[in-house]
Design a protein around this ligand. Structure first.
Ligand SMILES: Nc1ncnc2c1ncn2[C@@H]1O[C@H](COP(=O)(O)OP(=O)(O)OP(=O)(O)O)[C@@H](O)[C@H]1O
Length: 434
């Protein structure tokens, strides 16, 4: 599967559709993605030498660090996982647990590929299924003209109710896994056993033409989705295009100390280091080399500084970008300008009940004001605050919506102030409800 060949400028403008501001971070990830494409254009010898320029995102919570990375991955159709570095400081974790990150990434790779492959094979599978229905209708030795005339009738749905006999591979019972065996392995063996028991042949089924397509297309699609090849390609995809987002790296930035009895924070950095420097991790699909996986580490760095990280780790995160705290204007943009903005989502959700929700511009400004106020008085959780404020705002409307089919409800600034303005001004109360 090829990397998208968007230019950095195009990548930034794609990200702009969903994320407000944070221009530096967008530029950095856009260049990182383009560098991967550039690397693919090199000769194999040189390609091996080029390691990714990993990124350290520095900025408060809820300002778009994860969102930018996730959107980037989606744009590139790249496997993506997010982990929290602090997870590895919990009691009970051992150094090798970090390898799970790579295993999860391979699972993500399989999903990305399988979805893509399913779409690709659908047309071919449909064609193959039609051929098999025709075989069943006219036999394999019919003249091309007979076959064509049947094909025409078939496509006009004139043969829908005709009975045919087709041979189908019996399907393996779904979801049957042998306990104690790594998921997947049990499934494969079972299905092989099943086929052997059937002498490698399928079972004949009598079925109406119109009902034959669905199972036949599924069977043909599965044939085209060669599982072994899928696994090999997933590994290739992960090694060259995988993206790992490590959040809360600042929380493990101290050089010593740690939770009583748990692994030290420095220890966690030492465990993560080989993954970032390049190592081979065994997964159930085969060994995965991590040398070219892109790592994006992120943290607020309120207490510690990037220079508190192990020198080797600092060296492996050469690109530093700062994300700024979001302003009232950013909040207004997030509420109304992004492609699937919160306002658009709520309007669409209420629309499914036949309720027209109108939110005026001054209401949007009042929502942003309330979010800014609570963020500064209680705790700054960035854009996540918009969600709690919005939810509170529409709570009643949302509950009553099914009874208000055909009505229009307008939310204006007065409504916002009435519902959340008072709460936003009361620190004790808003701690619980906003
Ligand atoms: N600049 C932004 N533009 C649009 N939406 C944003 C922006 N910043 C944050 N959001 C929204 O706020 C939510 C939280 O953002 P995100 O997960 O990116 O936080 P973060 O910066 O990674 O913080 P943390 O380190 O705590 O995970 C997401 O739903 C995201 O869509």
């Amino acid at each position: 599967m090829s990397e998208t060949n968007f230019s950095p400028r195009e990548i930034v403008s794609e990200l702009d559709r969903h994320i407000v501001g944070q221009a530096d971070a967008k530029r950095a990830v856009a260049v990182a993605l383009r560098n991967r494409w550039r690397r693919q254009q090199l000769s194999p010898e040189l390609r091996r030498e080029v390691s990714p320029k990993n990124i350290l995102m520095i900025g408060p919570t809820g300002v778009g660090k994860t969102e930018i990375s996730r959107r980037l991955a989606r744009l590139a159709q790249a496997p993506f996982v997010k982990v929290e570095a602090t997870k590895f400081t919990e009691v009970g974790y051992v150094g090798r647990d970090v390898e799970q990150i790579v295993r999860d990434l391979v699972e993500a790779g399989i999903t990305v590929l399988r979805d893509k492959r399913r779409r690709d094979v659908q047309a071919q599978a449909h064609h193959n299924a039609e051929e098999r229905v025709l075989d069943a209708l006219v036999g394999t030795s019919a003249t091309p003209s007979t076959r064509d005339s049947f094909r025409t009738k078939l496509r006009k749905n004139e043969l829908d109710d005709k009975d045919i006999e087709i041979e189908m591979t019996p399907s393996t019972p779904q979801g049957m896994d042998i306990p104690g065996m790594q998921g997947g392995i049990g499934m494969i063996n079972l299905s092989d056993m099943f086929k052997q028991a059937m002498g490698g042949r399928g079972v004949k089924r009598k079925i109406k033409v119109k009902d034959a397509y669905e199972p036949l297309i599924a069977e043909e699609a599965d044939k085209l989705l060669d599982q072994d090849q899928l696994k090999a390609e997933a590994i290739e995809l992960v090694e060259n295009h995988g993206i790992v987002f490590i959040d809360e790296i600042d929380k493990v930035a101290a050089r010593e100390g740690g939770v009583q009895g748990g692994p030290s924070r420095e220890g966690v950095q030492r465990d993560l280091l080989p993954l970032i420097e390049g190592t081979t991790v065994a997964t159930k699909y085969g060994p995965v080399k991590t040398d070219h996986i892109l790592f994006i580490a992120s943290g607020a760095f309120h207490v510690s500084k990037p220079s508190d990280l192990l020198p080797e780790l600092q060296g492996r995160l050469p690109i530093r970008v700062e994300l700024k705290a979001l302003t009232r204007e950013d909040f207004i943009g997030i509420l109304s300008d992004t492609e699937a903005s919160l306002i658009k989502q709520y309007v669409a959700l209420m629309g499914t009940e036949g309720l027209t929700l109108e939110i005026t511009q001054d209401a949007i400004e009042a929502i942003a004001d309330a979010a800014v106020k609570v963020n500064s008085s209680v705790e700054n959780i960035g854009a996540r605050r918009l969600q709690t404020v919005m939810e509170r705002l529409v709570e009643e409307i949302s509950f009553d919506a099914p009874d208000r089919n055909g009505q229009t409800v307008t939310i204006d600034a007065a409504f916002v102030r009435d519902k959340v303005g008072v709460l936003a001004g009361d620190t004790d109360l808003s701690k619980f409800v906003l």
